[in-house]
Write a protein that binds this ligand. Structure first.
Ligand code: BEZ
Ligand code: MG
Length: 935
């Protein structure tokens, strides 16, 4: 029905469960049940711009202080009737009229602000967006807009376009990109309605960012009626003192001026935020149910907000929808394919196979523990190869070891190579408006098939190719001599429809449609491999109905995964852990119907309770008999995004911990109770406090900021990272759902933690791909180490990217990712073909790796050695990087040096010398000191 009406569906509602003043005065905004009913469920139908426009006055309230208007309720009103909020109603009307104006506007006159990101700000990172080749995508968008009748001056090529943005007059102003406009300080002061608030945080206008002291800069360039603009940063990225702050800050002068420029000076008909993700939606304000005092709402104001967003990120996408009124238009993540083997790896594989053939198992059994000359030679060469590739150490020589030990070592080697070869990796970046090739589609379909259970799992690439080119399924089955059972038919139809969808132009169509103020259909968010329903992209991504998380399926899987973690920890030579720290994100829970939440229930020995409508209502304990082992204590570290998206689940996890702490059970069978009672005794608090286990940010704050500390490198001691994490994440969320600062309790709980872990749910996102895994899991691990007086706890990753789980130590995970991605020519060539943006990907993978060294100390030194060899010591490669993206290349060199300075690896003196020279040379060339001088 909505699609046939083809108009935007706005979810504007009055408050039902609290008064206007309660809402207005709270940092949270909507209550969990309101959040579910008024926002999450309408989103399933494609609702946008969720807004509160009224509510009840309530007995005690005479004045609503929810916004700057501060409405006073007359004494005569009926306090139980609904009243509108003057400010919100006016904003709702303004937003609707802007959408109508957009719809009615003539294409040739429509003005589009296309906003790219630069995060954390650096000249090498302009156009940052997850999985997306941004410049190529924006360039394609300009061409499509032009073809559609927009007034656009399209540059001649993507290189020319990139140059106009990146270079232009940037050198002259010392900025990361071209300065398009200057806003005088005087003008800013006159027009900035929230000047006082900004000045409190950032000092007198124009502040320190994007300014020459007399005016503020707006970066970007206008191409006819399309203004390609660069969003300013938060402003605190490089400031260790501000990063310690538990709350977020108001935007900088430059940030607020930027959005005002788009709205009022450029007079955009709509803004199109380009790629996952920016800073606007993470500005301070309520979690949901924004008021006129919330920064995202103030900044976007009534401007229609469209947002190109990765289809696999429903959680952060939801924040953009709920806090900044965005309509998401999803884009496909890059094709996924097997990592394959390269260089030394394929030779090592051959050697292992050769060994197996030359010295077959039967012969080994008969062997009298002495290797003959031939076997000795083979073992020597095999070991030498494995040593070069860092799989084995040189001592002891294999040939001196007994049969069993050698057998085990070769078997393990063979398994590692196999794992590497078949590990799935993303290939390159997605380009909007360039439908993927048949080969890329085949990569994706083969990867999809490999994680399925039916017959299709065994399809060869040739069969898959035949399938997508066949006239009919019956013909295909006949040619392949397959029996077309109903289930096979369904599977094949699924594959064909995926192929069609991936090659369609639905994303650009989505953009064009949204720019006409039309309806964008909803789509679930997730990974194509696990949920093909995310296709076709170009739709408005949503999550699950929160009342149904965790689902029955998730509970079953959660138990399985939790047991795997316990098994792995015990297989590493440890007893059953008493206490675990686990990181919970919104994304993986939204994609798995609450899998990670279910793991916590399983560890604690608890279950969710549902009411007669099947809605999540509370927690209950399994009996110890049913559980069959002690209840494990779990410290839950939640992301800010999880807090915003899963308020019901937070309360229920807190309830489970409380019920366990309060259960009349022997403490050796209930570690939650054991630790809670001990804390209570030592600190004289109530059980409610001692049983708090869910910790996160203060309301309206996001992230541990450990990632920004690593990026700016301005820290001396790793304990500073622990401190930053702890300051940001010490807020305990109990059964009431309201956070309370509990730093001592948190430290005490962390001191008991024996292992930390997080799930990995998406092939596209490894632990070295984004800076948020080490931010949270690394952050909590470092905080555990500090709380334990310097003793590190092991860190594990529950890799569920292929459905079934593999639990790896962090060290194993980083090694696997380094070998299958960063050191793999297939991966880095896939990136480097995108030029500037490919180098940035390399740089951020390296920075994230340093983040893991800093937070856990569990990265092998060879990782840095091999990266240096591949990207710095090879003169051709380093010049190539430098020519594509000088700022990111300089960062690669200086980051490797930093890793050596911090003792994460110890380069040979000659390597260190070269690295230093290259780093200096790159810096000089960046600054233009010795332009053209090579070493
Ligand atoms: C989340 O979904 O909670 C999340 C996603 C990305 C980074 C951090 C947290
Ligand atoms: Mg993020």
């Amino acid at each position: 029905m909505l699609a046939s009406l083809d108009v935007p569906y706005l979810a504007a509602q009055p408050l039902e469960f609290q008064t206007l003043n309660d809402w207005g005065g709270s940092d949270r905004g909507l209550l969990p049940v309101e959040n579910t009913l008024m926002i999450a469920i309408p989103e399933l139908d494609g609702a946008i711009v969720p807004m509160v426009f009224g509510g009840r006055a309530g007995e005690a309230d005479v004045q609503c202080t929810g916004c700057h208007k501060a409405c006073v309720f007359e004494a005569s009103i009926n306090r139980h009737d609904m009243h509108t909020c003057v400010e919100r109603t006016a904003m709702l009307a303004a937003r609707v009229s802007k959408l109508i104006a957009l719809r009615k506007s003539e294409t040739a006159h429509r003005k589009v602000a296309l906003v790219m990101f630069n995060f954390p700000p650096n000249a090498g990172r302009v156009g940052t967006a997850a999985h997306l080749s941004v410049f190529e995508s924006v360039f394609n968008t300009l061409k499509s807009l032009k073809a559609e009748g927009y007034t656009v001056d399209v540059p001649n090529s993507v290189d020319e376009f990139r140059d106009q943005i990146l270079a232009g007059n940037a050198k002259q102003f010392g900025t990361d990109a071209n300065v398009h406009a200057q806003i005088s300080t005087e003008d800013h002061i006159k027009r900035e309605p929230w000047l006082k608030e900004i000045e409190t945080q950032w000092g007198p206008a124009p502040g320190k960012f994007l300014t020459n002291g007399s005016s503020l800069f707006v970066l970007g360039k206008q191409f006819g009626n399309v203004f390609v603009a660069l969003q300013p940063g938060f402003g605190y990225e490089g400031d260790p003192m501000r990063l310690l702050h538990e709350k977020g800050f108001a935007p900088t002068h430059a940030f607020s001026a930027f959005y005002r420029y788009l709205r009022e000076d450029f007079a955009a008909s709509a803004v199109l935020h380009f790629g996952t993700h920016g800073a606007l939606e993470f500005m301070p304000g309520k979690q949901s149910g924004m008021s006129g005092s919330c920064w995202p709402d103030r900044l976007i104001n009534d401007l229609p907000n469209l947002y190109i967003y990765a289809s696999n990120n429903p959680s952060e996408g939801a924040i953009a929808k709920r806090r900044a009124g965005a309509t998401l238009i999803s884009y496909l993540t890059p094709p996924v394919s097997q990592a394959g083997l390269y260089q030394g790896l394929s030779e090592l594989k051959e050697s292992v196979e050769h060994w197996r053939k030359a010295v077959p198992e039967e012969n080994i059994q008969k062997n009298t523990h002495v290797w003959d000359a031939n076997a000795q030679e083979l073992l020597d060469s095999l070991q030498a190869q494995a040593v070069t590739l860092e799989f084995l150490s040189a001592e002891p020589a294999l040939k001196t070891l007994d049969v069993d030990t050698v057998n085990k070592a070769v078997m393990h080697l063979s398994e590692q190579i196999l794992e590497l070869e078949y590990t799935l990796i993303p290939y390159g970046l997605h380009i909007l408006g360039s439908p993927i090739s048949t080969e890329q589609s085949l990569d994706m379909l083969m990867s999809y098939a490999s994680v399925q259970e039916g017959e299709i799992q065994d399809f060869s690439r040739e069969m898959m190719n035949a399938l997508i080119h066949s006239q009919s399924l019956d013909q295909f089955a006949k040619n392949q001599k397959l029996v077309l059972t109903p289930s096979l038919r369904e599977e094949l139809n699924q594959v064909l429809s995926m192929h069609r969808d991936m090659q369609s132009d639905s994303e650009m169509q989505g953009i064009l449609k949204a720019l006409e103020g039309r309806y964008i259909r909803p789509a679930p968010g997730g990974d194509v491999l696990r949920n093909p329903q995310v296709l076709p992209t170009g739709r408005n991504v949503h999550g699950f109905d929160p009342f149904r998380i965790p689902s029955k399926f998730a509970m079953k899987d959660g138990l399985y995964q939790a047991n795997k973690i316990l098994e792995r920890y015990q297989a590493d030579g440890n007893p059953l852990p008493e206490s675990i720290a686990m990181v919970l994100w919104g994304t993986d829970n939204l994609k798995t119907e609450g899998g990670p939440i279910a793991q916590i229930f399983a560890l604690m020995g608890a279950l969710p309770r549902f009411d007669s409508f099947g809605r999540l209502a509370g927690a209950q304990l399994l009996t110890l008999e049913e559980l069959g082992r002690p209840r494990i204590d779990v410290m839950v570290s939640i992301s800010g995004i999880f807090r915003d998206l899963m308020p019901l689940q937070i309360k229920i996890l807190a309830e489970a911990a409380y019920l366990a702490a309060a259960a009349d059970e022997p403490i050796e069978q209930n570690f939650i109770r054991k630790h809670a009672l001990a804390y209570q005794k030592a600190n004289g608090c109530d059980l409610e406090t001692a049983a708090l286990r869910v910790f996160g940010n203060a309301e309206s704050a996001y992230g541990a900021n450990v990632n920004m500390m690593i990026d700016n490198g301005l820290w001396q001691d790793e304990n500073e990272l622990a401190e930053t994490y702890t300051r940001r994440k010490s807020f305990a969320y109990g059964r009431s759902g309201t956070p309370v600062l509990q730093s001592d309790l948190l430290n005490c709980i962390l001191a008991d933690v024996e292992l930390t872990y997080q799930n990995l749910d998406s092939i596209e996102l490894g632990v070295t791909t984004i800076d948020t895994y080490f931010d949270t899991l690394g952050g909590v691990s470092r905080a555990v180490r500090r709380a334990k007086g310097g003793v590190a706890a092991p860190v594990y990753i529950g890799d569920q990217t292929k459905g079934d789980a593999v639990v790896r130590s962090l060290n194993e995970q980083v090694s696997l990712e380094t070998r299958s991605r960063m050191l793999n020519p297939k991966w880095y060539e896939g990136m480097l073909k995108h030029g500037y943006e490919g180098v940035r990907q390399l740089e951020s993978h390296l920075t994230n790796t340093v983040g893991w060294s800093a937070t856990t100390g569990q990265v092998e030194p060879w990782v840095y050695q091999h990266l240096t060899q591949t990207f710095i010591l090879d003169p051709e490669m380093r010049e190539r990087l430098m020519s594509l993206n000088p700022a990111s290349s300089a960062k690669v060199a200086s980051r490797l040096l930093e890793a050596s300075d911090r003792n994460y690896w110890k380069p040979e003196p000659s390597v260190l010398e070269t690295l230093r020279r290259v780093a200096n040379d790159f810096e000089d060339r960046l600054e233009g000191v010795y332009e053209g001088v090579h070493i």
